[in-house]
Design a binder for this molecule. Structure first.
Ligand code: WTA
Length: 651
């Protein structure tokens, strides 16, 4: 609990300006309290009202929540809708010519797509997928760069009731293969190459590799969007160019009206044990969460230029790029590149050029930009900004203050949004027109979200005492299951010791005396590296599969930019390597992890030993490894340690 101390020393608060309050969607503590009591008094009525208000239902629902088979909750489950219809068709009457997406390529080239244009392109592509015999309920893997086309691919799946699973373009062919096999996908949509920071990364080649390794059993077609025109290998019977697929396809594609519970997508995320979990979301509840949080937390207005920097390969890029902004009819930026190319002013330049009003990014990006150019934002006109957001990990108060004063010029509230792949949308976050902000705290739960902090037995903790972050009642945007593993869903998120009723987030947190939530970190062996969730087990099993390695243990260590860095302790099959050998094998092992999982999972540091510190029963003592990695004195009890000499070696 040592992480808890500094945050509670934070006493500064920042109130929204009068100007912000006057224009806010939710503008007073009374309104917030009224919403919360409405939810407390009539929980189902509260969600029913919102679901009717925000979503266009083809067939209105009559049931709000089916709790008959916990924790497999169903929301609005006799209603029918289409998510793509809600994101596109709805806007064609009121504002067909409004720009939906402004795309800025890595090299600065700008392309725009209006709602009318996006609608037509989604329809054509959806018709293309249908022509490849993709049907409702089929699985489609999307392995694409940040692009308008990635969003079109996702929306087209939603339009025909196919279930997409986007795989982040940084994953290796092995990781891609795992996801192909787990989903049994019939189609992959990819690009020839992607360009980030001036560097070309082959995507199609990675797909080819995955298919050659056995992914070709279920996959019938690979659709390839031509991004760079670079050379690719072509399999005539399997590969088809995006352009050829949509040629002569109709501009109209009847949406598939699906049940509210119909799966919208699966997104893989790391857990503490075993292989990544395919988190499955449902159509109706997820869409509702995306829209309501756009309205309340992002204080969305039709005049906004919205920019969420997250990649579509992560949940943030699903909810706040591919779905939320479109469902609200927003104009948004999609950026292909990286924050530091061609220089560390890129983000500020984009904000200036496109007059971005709402900017949402991750603490790791903020920290790296502080390091590279603390005064750079002052060289740009950032006066269009009115709201800033943060997501992915706790934001330290220095980074928060810089974001607030230098980027937001002390004018823009910061919404520090706590949520997860599993929750689908923001759960705990300030209401920008209401909540006095405390740097580093995500403030209060959204109305209708019954978040609390409990002990191991499920009892509420006293304010000031840390505990487990839970959500006590099911909510519409919650994931429905882990794909193909309902038992794991139940066991991981609704554990028996908490009564099987509470959703266990996997984070520890504390309430301060004013009731603000402070997130302290994961309670399980999940690392958060640059906002990427990584299971230590995942990296360990990859290391252990290397021919030279006998055993490996992985822990996290504080890193000033990435938040956490990966430290691996490795025992080789032969003797413990020294000097040059150790260096060579380190490089080898780093490349190995990069190849097996993806470059972002590479250990920052590898230490070799003759053994790992273990208890007499053979369990690796991770808390010791953590202390070693962090260079801390070992103050813990080591009486159960079998081989205490090993600590010296691993230091
Ligand atoms: C962490 C990302 C503190 C947390 C949307 C959570 C945060 C995990 C915050 C989910 C925040 C996310 N403050 N910690 N504002 N946002 N986290 O699934 O540990 O990639 O459990 O979803 O990130 O990561 P995921």
């Amino acid at each position: 609990m040592s992480k808890m101390q500094p945050v509670l020393h934070e006493t500064r608060t920042f109130k929204p300006s009068e100007a912000f309050v006057n224009q806010a969607n939710l503008s007073s503590a009374d309104i917030y309290r009224a919403l919360c009591s409405e939810a407390a008094e009539d929980y189902l009525g509260f969600w029913q009202k919102l679901a009717r208000k925000y979503i266009y239902w083809w067939k209105p629902f009559t049931r709000v929540l089916d709790e008959s088979n916990p924790p497999f909750f169903k929301w609005f489950d006799d209603g029918e809708l289409n998510v793509s219809f809600n994101c596109l068709d709805r806007h064609l009457i009121s504002h067909p010519d409004k720009v939906a997406i402004i795309f800025e390529a890595d090299d600065g080239k700008i392309t725009q797509s209006t709602y009318q244009d996006l609608y037509v392109r989604v329809c054509q592509f959806a018709n293309g997928l249908r022509s490849l015999n993709v049907k409702k309920g089929d699985l489609v893997i999307i392995y694409m760069p940040m692009s308008i086309e990635a969003v079109i691919a996702m929306q087209a799946c939603a339009r025909i009731g196919a279930i997409h699973s986007v795989v982040f373009g940084g994953f290796s062919s092995k990781s891609l293969l795992e996801r192909i096999i787990d989903t049994n996908a019939v189609i992959i949509i990819t690009a020839d190459e992607q360009i980030r920071g001036g560097r070309v990364v082959p995507l199609k080649r990675v797909v080819d590799e995955a298919l050659a390794m056995g992914g070709d059993e279920s996959i019938k077609f690979v659709v390839v969007y031509q991004r760079t025109g670079g050379a690719v290998q072509w399999h005539i019977s399997r590969d088809i160019w995006w352009g050829d697929l949509i040629a002569e396809k109709s501009n109209f594609c009847e949406p598939e009206w699906v049940n509210a519970e119909h799966p919208l997508f699966i997104l893989y995320t790391s857990g503490s044990t075993g292989k990544p979990k395919g988190v499955q979301h449902a159509s109706g509840g997820y869409l509702l969460g995306a829209m309501v949080s756009m309205q309340w937390i992002f204080d969305y207005k039709s005049t906004d230029i919205f920019w969420c920097t997250a990649d579509v390969g992560w949940i943030t890029g699903h909810t706040y790029v591919a779905y939320g902004p479109l469902a609200m009819g927003a104009t948004q930026i999609i950026f292909e590149g990286i924050p530091t190319y061609p220089n560390a002013g890129r983000f500020w330049n984009i904000i200036q050029n496109h007059k971005v009003t709402i900017f949402y990014t991750a603490p790791t990006a903020i920290r790296s930009l502080i390091k590279l150019g603390p005064d750079l934002p002052n060289q740009y006109d950032l006066s269009s900004l009115r709201l800033l957001g943060s997501v992915g990990e706790p934001i330290n108060s220095e980074a928060w203050m810089w974001y607030y004063t230098t980027v937001g010029q002390s004018r823009c509230p910061i919404v520090d949004t706590w949520w997860q792949t599993e929750t689908g949308c923001h759960m705990i976050a300030p209401l920008p027109g209401v909540t006095p902000l405390k740097p580093g705290s995500c403030a209060f739960p959204l109305p209708g979200i019954m978040a609390a902090i409990v002990d191991e037995m499920g009892q509420d903790t006293v304010n000031g005492q840390g505990g487990l972050l839970v959500i006590k009642r099911p909510f519409p945007s919650l994931a429905r299951t882990i794909w193909g593993d309902a038992e794991r869903f139940k066991g991981t998120y609704f554990p028996k010791n908490l009564g099987g009723q509470y959703y266990l987030a996997g984070d520890s947190a504390v309430l301060d005396l004013d009731g603000y939530f402070w997130i302290m970190g994961r309670i399980d062996d999940v690392l958060n590296v640059s906002g990427h969730r990584l299971g230590t087990m995942e990296i360990e099993s990859v290391l252990a599969a290397h021919p030279l390695v006998s055993e490996a243990a992985v822990v996290g260590k504080y890193h000033d930019i990435k938040g956490e860095a990966v430290v691996a302790f490795v025992v080789l099959k032969g003797v413990c390597p020294q000097a040059e050998d150790a260096q060579r094998i380190t490089v080898d092992l780093r490349n190995w992890v990069s190849k097996e999982i993806g470059p972002f999972a590479k250990p920052d540091e590898i230490r070799f030993g003759d053994n790992l510190p273990k208890t007499r029963s053979g369990k690796v003592m991770r808390r010791l490894l953590r202390a070693l990695a962090r260079g801390e004195e070992i103050t813990q009890d080591i009486s159960t340690l079998e081989n205490s000499l090993i600590l010296e070696q691993l230091k």
